[in-house]
Design a protein around this ligand. Structure first.
Ligand code: WTA
Length: 660
C-alpha cells in the first residue's frame, strides 16, 4: 500500500475560499456557534466516558440501563453500553407514537413510474409489526440472518425494521449487484431467508431481482437459503418454487399489526453490510444495536440540524451504508420525515430530483458529488425551472467533492443561502465522522472540515508519525466511537489486519486506519484525498481491484489481469483493466466487450470496466508483484515517474505504451 495515488486523486491544494454560516442559519440552529462546538469537543476530550454516557442516556430509550459505557478489555474488539437492553425500532417508531408524533409523516415515497405513498409513524409501525409477525410465522428467529435484495420501495424499509424488531440481523445487498455477487454474500452470511421483489424499476428498464435470487440459489446458495419472500412490484410473471417461495402480501395478510420488540443486548448484531477492501472478497462489516443506534441518531441530529417540520431527502440506495444510517435509522430515530425515491434522473427527465424537491418542499437534501457533477453537466437551466426555495441545508457524501462542484451546488441549488455539509465516513464507521456542523463551522469548498465531537482524527505517515501541516498522509481515528464496526463477519483476523495493524504506531495502541489519504491545513481543516489502498471509487461506489481482477481471470480466455482506477471528471474514477490472454487467444473488440460483460455478470453493472487493454504481459517486480503505479500512469496517459529499476522486464513497458 502506498501513498502514490494521492496527488492524482484531488488537486485541491490552492483552495482558500471560506464561507461562514449565515447569521440567520446560525441563530436558528441546534449548535449555534463555533464556541459551542468547541465546548462540546472539549467535554468529549476531557471525559469521553461521561460524554458518551450522557448522550446514550438522553437520546436513546433503553429497556434496561447499561452499566459499562465502553469495555476496552479485548480491544480493538470494543464493546459499548454493555448490559444495556433496547430495540432500535422502539427508538425509531414506538417512542414517537408514544410521544404524540403518531400522525406525523415518517416516510414519503416516490416510485419510478410516478406512483407515490406516505406513511405516518403510526402506519409505519403497523407495517413493520405485520412484517415482523410474518417473518416470525415462517420461523425467522432472533439471530437468523435475513438477506434483503430489493428495489427502493417502502417494503425495503419495512423489511429492515421488521428484522430489527425481532432481532434477526439483516444483510442488505444492493439491487445492482449480480446473482454471483448475491450468491457470495448469501453463503458468507449463512442467510437462511431472502426478501426480494419480482423486480424493480430502474430508468426505463425492469431489474429482475427474483430471477437473480433464483440463479444465486441454483448456483450454490441452496446450501443456506430456505425461504424466499417476494414483494410484488412489477407484477411481471415470475416462476415460483413451491415450498420455498412466498408472496409478501400473502404472508402479511392476516398478521397482527403489533409485535412486541425483541429485547436486544446493546452488543447484539443489528446488521451486516458487505463492502470492498483491498484484498480478497467483500467483507461483511458487522454493526451492533446500541452503539449504532446512538451514532446514527446523534450524527443525523448534529449534522442536519433537524427540526420538527423538516422534510429530509437522502438520494442514496438502502443497499449502501448511507441508506441504512441516513434514510432509515438516523432520520427515524430522530422522528424526522424521510423521503425515499425509487428512481434516478434519466435523459427523459433530468429535472426529476428538482421536481421532487419542489413538490414535497424538501428542506434538507443529501446526495453524492457524482450526481452534482452530472447536474452541472446538464446545465443550470434544468434546476432553474423548479422552485427550490424550500431548501435550507445541503449535504454531500461518498467521495471527495471538487471545489467547482461544491460552488455550483451552493450557488445553483442552494441559491447561496444553504450551508453545505461535506460528510466523510465509511461503511465501517456506521455514521459520519468528519463534517461541518452547519450553524457553527465556516466551510471551505472541498474540505469536510473538522471531526465531530468525540472523534479524534490524525494524519500520519507509515510509522505513525504525525505529518506536517498540509502534507499528505494516512487518515486515522485515534479513539473508539459508539458507531464503529465490531468485526468482519467470520473473519476477525481480517478485521485486525485491515484496520488496526497496518501502521506501526509509536506509543499509541488501537488506532483505526481508514484506508484514505488526507492532509490537514493551517486552520486544522481536513482535506480527504481519496483511497490510498487498492480500492477504486466509481461514482462513490467502493470496488476492490482484486474483486474485479478475480472476475476477469475467471473468464476462460484470460490468463492474468490488473485493474486500476483512472481519474474521471464525472465519476471521480473509472475502471481500466489490463488483461493478458491465454495462449492462442487473439485480442478483438468483441472479446473486450465480452470481458466487460463478464465482469458485470460476476459483480454488477457498477463494476463494468470503462476500458480493457489487452497486453502480452504485465509489468512486474522481480518478486512477481504487479506494478500498479506504472499501470495507473499508463491508464491516465501520464509520463511514468519514479523508480522502474525493480521492473523484471523493461521491454513490457514499451509494449504497453503501444497498446494503451
Ligand atoms: C470515500 C460511504 C471524500 C472515502 C459513506 C471512504 C469520501 C469511502 C467522503 C467509504 C467525503 C466517503 N469525501 N471521500 N465526504 N465520504 N468518502 O464505505 O474514500 O461506501 O473511505 O461509505 O468513501 O465508502 P463507503
Amino acid at each position: 500500500m502506498t501513498l502514490d495515488k494521492e496527488n492524482s486523486i484531488n488537486n485541491i491544494l490552492e483552495e482558500n475560499r471560506i464561507f461562514p454560516p449565515s447569521k440567520v442559519f446560525s441563530n436558528n440552529s441546534n449548535i449555534k456557534s463555533i464556541e459551542e462546538l468547541i465546548s462540546l469537543k472539549n467535554q468529549a476530550l476531557n471525559d469521553p466516558i461521561q460524554f458518551w454516557e450522557y448522550y446514550a442516556n438522553s437520546e436513546i430509550e433503553w429497556f434496561e440501563p447499561f452499566q459499562t459505557v465502553l469495555d476496552s478489555q479485548n480491544a480493538p474488539f470494543f464493546k459499548w453500553f454493555k448490559e444495556g437492553k433496547l430495540n432500535i425500532t422502539f427508538n425509531c417508531l414506538d417512542r414517537h407514537v408514544k410521544n404524540g408524533l403518531g400522525k406525523k409523516t415518517a416516510l414519503i415515497w416516490e416510485g419510478e413510474p410516478g406512483d407515490k405513498i406516505k406513511y405516518t409513524y403510526e402506519e409505519l409501525l403497523k407495517n413493520v409489526c405485520k412484517a415482523a409477525n410474518g417473518l416470525k410465522s415462517i420461523g425467522v428467529k432472533k439471530g437468523d440472518l435475513v438477506c434483503i435484495y430489493m428495489p427502493m420501495i417502502p417494503e425495503a424499509m419495512f423489511a429492515m425494521l421488521a428484522c430489527a424488531r425481532i432481532g434477526a440481523p439483516h444483510s442488505v445487498v444492493f439491487g445492482g449487484f449480480s446473482s454471483e455477487a448475491l450468491k457470495d454474500r448469501l453463503i458468507d452470511g449463512n442467510a437462511k431467508f431472502v426478501i426480494t421483489a419480482d423486480g424493480g424499476f430502474r430508468k426505463d428498464k425492469i431489474i429482475e431481482l427474483k430471477n437473480a435470487v433464483d440463479l444465486a440459489i441454483e448456483s450454490g446458495a441452496n446450501k443456506v437459503v430456505e425461504k424466499v419472500i417476494i414483494v410484488q412490484r412489477t407484477k411481471k410473471n415470475i416462476p415460483i418454487k413451491v415450498n420455498r417461495d412466498l408472496w409478501w402480501h400473502e404472508l402479511l395478510k392476516d398478521q397482527k399489526d403489533f409485535c412486541e420488540p425483541e429485547i436486544m443486548d446493546s452488543e447484539d448484531r443489528l446488521f451486516i453490510l458487505y463492502t470492498s477492501g483491498s484484498t480478497g472478497k467483500p467483507k461483511g462489516v458487522v454493526h451492533t444495536t446500541g452503539g449504532y443506534n446512538l451514532w446514527s441518531h446523534l450524527t443525523f441530529k448534529w449534522i442536519f440540524d433537524i427540526k420538527n417540520d423538516d422534510i429530509y431527502w437522502c438520494t442514496a440506495d438502502v443497499g449502501w451504508i448511507t441508506g441504512h444510517s441516513y434514510i432509515v435509522y438516523g432520520p427515524l430515530s430522530n422522528g424526522a420525515t424521510t423521503l425515499m425515491y425509487e428512481g434516478v434522473p434519466r435523459p427523459s427527465n433530468l429535472g426529476a430530483f428538482w421536481e421532487i424537491i419542489e413538490k414535497h418542499r424538501v428542506s434538507i437534501f443529501y446526495t453524492a458529488p457524482t450526481a452534482i457533477r452530472s447536474f452541472m453537466k446538464s446545465g443550470p437551466e434544468i434546476p432553474a425551472a423548479y422552485d427550490l426555495d424550500s431548501l435550507r441545508l445541503l449535504g454531500t457524501v461518498g467521495e471527495p467533492i471538487n471545489p467547482e462542484a461544491w460552488m455550483w451546488y451552493k450557488d445553483i441549488i442552494g441559491k447561496n443561502k444553504c450551508p453545505i455539509v461535506d460528510t466523510w465516513w465509511q461503511t465501517e464507521t456506521g455514521g459520519v465522522m468528519i463534517s461541518p456542523i452547519p450553524g457553527a463551522v465556516s466551510t471551505k469548498p472541498g474540505s469536510a472540515t473538522y471531526p465531530l465531537p468525540g472523534i479524534e482524527i490524525e494524519v500520519v505517515d507509515k510509522n505513525g508519525e504525525k505529518v506536517k501541516e498540509n502534507e499528505g498522509g494516512y487518515l486515522i481515528v485515534k479513539k473508539p466511537w459508539p458507531g464503529m464496526m465490531r468485526t468482519i463477519h467470520g473473519n476477525s483476523a481480517r478485521y485486525l489486519e485491515s484496520y488496526w495493524e497496518y501502521i506501526s504506531f509509536k506509543g499509541e495502541k488501537n488506532v483505526y486506519f481508514a484506508g484514505d489519504g488526507a492532509r490537514i491545513d493551517e486552520d486544522g481543516y481536513i482535506w480527504i484525498m481519496g483511497r490510498v489502498d487498492d480500492v477504486i471509487s466509481v461514482s462513490g461506489h467502493r470496488l476492490g481491484t482484486m474483486e474485479i481482477e478475480s472476475a476477469l481471470v475467471s473468464h476462460k480466455n484470460v490468463s492474468e489481469a490488473a485493474v486500476v482506477g483512472k481519474k474521471d471528471d464525472l465519476k471521480g474514477e473509472v475502471i481500466v483493466a489490463f488483461v493478458s490472454l491465454e495462449k492462442d487467444i487473439n485480442s478483438s473488440l468483441e472479446l473486450e466487450e465480452e470481458l466487460k460483460k463478464h465482469v458485470v455478470n460476476e459483480i454488477g453493472i457498477i463494476a463494468k470496466p470503462e476500458k480493457i487493454i489487452i497486453t502480452d504481459s504485465l509489468p512486474k517486480t522481480r518478486s512477481g508483484k504487479i506494478m500498479r503505479r506504472i499501470l495507473r500512469s499508463l491508464a491516465a496517459g501520464e509520463k511514468i515517474n519514479g523508480d522502474i529499476s525493480t521492473l523484471e522486464d523493461s521491454s513490457v513497458l514499451e509494449k504497453l505504451k503501444g497498446s494503451s
